[in-house]
Write a protein of this length. Sequence first.
Length: 209
Amino acid sequence: MSSSVEYILLGDIGATNARFALLSNGSLSAISSFEVAKFGQFTDVLANFVKERCRQTKNNQALLAIAGPVTDERVLLTNSTWIIDPRELQMRFGLQVRIVNDFEAVALSLPSLTSTDLAEIGGGRPELGAPMAVLGPGSGLGVACLVHRSEKRVVIASEGGHATLAPNCDQEDRIVAHLRERFGHASAERAISGGGLENIYQAIADLKD
């Protein structure tokens, strides 16, 4: 990559994988993916990417979408021990960093999706200008909403995965009771996530004993 071109470092940081790419003039480079569990802290994985991909580039800006609530311009990942602080990244890497919640970023992308990006489920038709919700099970359960207000789009980021799980039948009552006994609080992501599939399986197996 030519050093005369300025790049923006992009990151999608979850509890399982951290993905990075470089953006320049609307073109995205190949994506590099790293397993979070293999790195003690976020700066370790970022240093790895910078060493591999940024030696011949000019980049002093970064945009990171992170799986956790943004508090005082820093993030403690919900399902990881990583802490991401833009001030630390500025001092170590010389980057001006903006961080957003990962599902805030996903919600902002919704108006740009086309029919080729979508698969219809259920019935009904979308209403133009109606609020749009995005949910995503992974290490946890991400939830966000996009609302149109006049000419402005407003994202409502949330930690909706930690809302209390609501059962709808006797079997679900028993499963939720099992989760509550095991974890203290039966949140949505205790069942609707990668680890949640294991939790449901274990609950059903235990209830059959």
